[in-house]
Design a protein around this ligand. Sequence first.
Ligand code: HEC
Ligand code: HEC
Length: 343
Amino acid sequence: MKRPALWLLGVPLLVVVMAAPLARAMIAAHATPRLQVPQGWPAPRYDFAGNPVTAAGFALGRRLFYDPILSRDGSVACGSCHQQFAAFAHLDHRVSHGIGGVNGKRNTPGLFNLAWQPDLMWDGSVHHLEMQPVAPMSNPVEMGGSLALAVDKLRRDARYPELFARAFGSPGVDSQRLLRALAQFTGTLVSADSRYDRYVQGREAFTPQEHEGLDLFRQHCAACHREPLFSDFSYRNNGLDAAPRDAGRAVISGRAEDQGRFRVPSLRNVALTAPYMHDGRYETLEQVLDHYAAGIQPSPTLDPLLAHGVPLTAGEREALLAFLDTLSDENFIHDRRFAETHD
Ligand code: HEC
Ligand code: HEC
């Protein structure tokens, strides 16, 4: 008699376990995200006070993000290069791949926690989240058009004028509204629910190997990839090239000491965003660790922290890789509020 009774007890439990994620996904699809500052994080840099997130504004931003209407010939959307399943990076693309199939020169970064970034882009060339979309829209090898062209197309579209009126409370399609709607979407892409986060909040345990990986990370990597955002947002040369082909930060600052320096990228979701580095030169995290162990190229601007590389034993490598895996936020990449909809 005992066995069937125990088995019966398991049935409702199983139903609850299976229904919980489903219920969350169903609520999520229709909810409007608010920018909530996760526990222990600094204050965000982007201030939504000047651009309050509304249901209609967020929905408009999401629609625009996935709509190729913003490109010159209607072939490329923001979402073509920034894919949700890759934490909004471009999986398997070394450098950006835009209009007419032409390649750009830099790797597409993941998009999350942008409201906390002081500057945007690998070289920090954009200072304000609302201004960022101007760059891909007018880049001849990305979307190939311009802000004015996009606004013009949206004004003549059958549906957008009404969606803009609903989002901003009065009729009118203009560039400021276009940029603000996009920022309501990109600025609320918060990723803070990885296993690492649950570990830090005491809600989940790490394996001994993941613990060891975290210790190694704090010892060798966290000075630049600083918790909790996993970047200190400084510009540094991590030794990729003795003579960099892309001057990086120096393109913006014009200063010799910025040659080959790039923004320290966040390592959140890093297992999902291959390939790696500003030019996408490494396909795997193993290759990245090989670089730090034995591939550091000396140059006048090499960061002193990496002068001797980061040699690791085989066991330490495995531990560090296991830790990096805990930074993947499965709820973020499956969050239906951020997915393309066809309503
Ligand atoms: C053709 C591919 C492509 C398209 C289309 C594209 N992007 Fe990007 N995006 C990139 C690349 C590549 C970078 C990095 C560029 C650099 O640093 O020089 C980038 C950078 C960004 C950043 C800065 C991220 C950071 O961490 O600094 C944001 C935000 C962004 N894109 C949003 C958008 C939006 C919004 C659109 C649509 C209006 C868009 N992108 C269209 C490839 C693309
Ligand atoms: C001195 C600062 C510094 C240290 C220390 C450092 N990094 Fe980096 N890391 C960078 C910079 C800067 C980049 C971007 C370089 C580029 O693309 O030109 C980067 C890029 C990366 C990338 C690629 C991410 C992406 O999205 O393309 C990974 C992965 C990475 N680092 C992991 C590590 C690990 C693991 C350690 C410790 C073993 C470490 N880093 C130590 C500065 C540092």
